[in-house]
Design a protein. Structure first.
Ligand code: GDP
Length: 414
C-alpha cells in the first residue's frame, strides 16, 4: 500500500472462503472480472466500539477485521490513524481481493475538530497516486488503490445527526461514495428508528450532502428494479452485526443477537437492513460504486488537480458518467458553435452590404458629378457654338436683290 499516508498500516492477506454472494454478480461484469477476480477497497469510519469490525466480518462472513479489543487500543493513538487490511475471499471459485481501510481514533476525543482532514488527505492521495500512474508513458499494471466506498457509522442516538457527522460527510461527499449506516440498530425500537431515519435524511438534505444512491437502469428488468427500490427505501441502512450464531425457536441456528425477549436476526430483512446494505455493496451495485468513483469522483479530482497545475482541460477527453447528459452537453456546445458562426456570418454579410452600398453611393455621386460636368461642358460648347453662329450671322448678311448685280472689281473682266 505505497499510496497510504499511514504510519501504522497493518496489511494482511488472508485466503478465506465463504458464501459471500459476489459469485452471483450480474453476468457481464462477472465474466469480465472472473479471470483476475474482483478488487474492492472499502473504508470504514466511526468511533471505537461503534461496530465497524463486527459489521465487516458479518458482511464478508470471515474474520477479516480483528476486534478492536485485539488491536492496539485507540487510547494510544494521538489523532486519527489510517490502517488497512486485505483479504482474498473465495466465493464459489470467484476471488475477491478486499481491502478494508480503517481510521482508528476518529471521533474518540473531546475535541474532534479536523478529524476529517487526514481521512480526506488519504482518499485524495490515492487519487493522486492513480493519476501519477495514468500519466506515465507505460501504463500497464496500474495499481488502483482508490476507495470505492466509505461506510460511515452513525451512532444510534435516536436524535439526529451530530455536528461531527455533518462536518465529516460534507467534507467527504465530493471525493468518495458515502454510505451512512445506523449501527447497532437493535438498541432502538422500530418507531425510534423510523423517526431517526427521517431526521437523518432531513439533515442530509438540508446540508446538501451527497450520499450514494443506487440508480435504476433503464434496461433493468422489473425484478432488479424492485430490488433497487427496496435498497433505496432503506437508506440510511439501520444494521445489526453479529458473528455469533444463536438458536432460533424453531431450532435453527442463525446469525444474530440473543436478548431475554427474543433474538434479532442479522440476515432477516424484517429485523434490520443488513441484507439490503450487503446486497448493494457486494452483489448488485459493486460495479456502480467502482464506476462512479472512476468516472465522476476521480475525474473531478483529476480535472481540479490539472487545472490547479495550469493545464487546460481538454473537454474531448472529459468522461461524463451519464451518457445522456454528455450527449446533451455536446449538443449544447455544438448549438452554441453554430450560433456563433451564424452571428459571425451575419456580421460579415452586414459589413459587405454596407461597403457595397457606400461604394455604389460613391460611384453614383461620381457619376452624377461627371454627368454634371459633361452637361456643363456641353452647355458651354453649345453656348460657344450659338455665339459663333450669331457672329457669323451678323458678319454674313443675307444678300439684297441689289447685290445681285455683279460688282465691278479686279476680276470682273467682262
Ligand atoms: P469497532 O471498534 O467499531 O470495530 O466495534 P466492534 O465491531 O469491535 O464492536 C464493539 C462492540 O459492539 C462489541 O462488543 C460488539 O459485539 C458490539 N456490537 C457490534 N455490532 C453490534 C450490533 O449491531 N448490535 C449490538 N447490540 N452490539 C454490537
Amino acid at each position: 500500500e505505497n499510496t497510504l499516508r499511514n504510519k501504522s498500516s497493518t496489511s494482511q492477506i488472508k485466503s478465506l472462503k465463504g458464501n459471500v454472494g459476489f459469485s452471483c454478480f450480474p453476468d457481464q461484469v462477472y465474466l469480465k472480472s472472473i479471470y483476475d477476480g474482483f478488487k474492492f477497497t472499502l473504508m470504514v469510519v466511526g468511533e471505537a466500539g461503534i461496530g465497524k469490525s463486527t459489521l465487516i466480518n458479518t458482511m464478508f462472513e470471515n474474520k477479516i477485521f480483528p476486534s478492536s479489543s485485539e488491536v492496539t487500543t485507540t487510547e494510544n493513538i494521538k489523532g486519527v490513524e489510517i490502517t488497512s487490511m486485505s483479504a482474498d475471499i473465495q466465493d464459489n471459485n470467484v476471488k475477491l481481493h478486499l481491502t478494508v481501510v480503517d481510521t482508528p481514533g476518529f471521533g474518540n476525543y473531546l475535541n474532534n475538530d479536523n478529524h476529517w482532514q487526514p481521512i480526506l488527505e488519504n482518499i485524495e492521495s490515492r487519487f493522486d497516486a492513480f493519476l501519477a500512474q495514468e500519466n506515465r508513458v507505460i501504463r500497464s499494471k496500474i495499481v488502483d488503490n482508490r476507495i470505492d466506498a466509505l461506510i460511515y457509522f452513525i451512532k444510534p442516538t435516536g436524535h439526529s445527526l451530530r455536528t461531527i457527522d455533518i462536518e465529516f460527510m460534507k467534507r467527504m461527499h465530493a471525493k468518495v461514495n458515502l454510505i451512512p449506516v445506523i449501527s447497532k440498530s437493535d438498541t432502538l425500537t422500530q418507531e425510534e428508528l423510523t423517526a431517526f431515519k427521517a431526521r437523518i435524511l432531513a439533515d442530509i438534505n438540508f446540508h446538501s450532502i451527497q450520499i450514494f444512491k443506487p440508480t435504476i437502469g433503464s434496461f433493468d428488468d422489473p425484478e432488479t428494479t424492485m430490488d433497487t427500490k427496496d435498497i433505496l427505501n432503506k437508506i440510511p441502512f439501520a444494521v445489526v452485526g453479529s458473528e455469533e450464531y444463536v438458536k432460533r425457536e424453531d431450532g435453527n441456528m442463525v446469525r444474530g443477537r440473543a436478548y431475554p425477549w427474543g433474538i434479532i436476526e442479522v440476515d432477516n430483512e424484517k429485523h434490520n437492513d443488513f441484507t439490503q446494505l450487503r446486497k448493494m455493496i457486494i452483489h448488485s451495485h459493486m460495479e456502480e460504486l467502482k464506476d462512479y468513483t472512476d468516472t465522476v469522483l476521480y475525474e473531478n479530482h483529476r480535472t481540479q488537480k490539472l487545472l490547479s497545475m495550469g493545464h487546460v482541460q481538454d473537454n474531448s477527453v472529459f468522461r461524463e458518467y451519464n451518457p445522456a447528459a454528455q450527449l446533451e452537453e455536446e449538443r449544447k456546445i455544438h448549438e452554441a458553435k453554430i450560433q456563433k458562426m451564424e452571428a459571425e456570418m451575419n456580421a460579415v454579410f452586414q459589413q459587405k452590404v454596407m461597403e457595397k452600398e457606400s461604394k455604389l453611393k460613391q460611384s453614383e455621386e461620381e457619376l452624377f458629378s461627371r454627368h454634371k460636368e459633361m452637361k456643363q461642358t456641353l452647355e458651354k460648347q453649345r453656348k460657344e457654338l450659338t455665339d459663333k453662329k450669331k457672329q457669323m450671322e451678323t458678319s454674313v448678311r443675307p444678300s439684297s436683290p441689289m447685290d445681285k448685280k455683279p460688282k465691278k472689281g479686279l476680276f470682273n473682266l467682262s
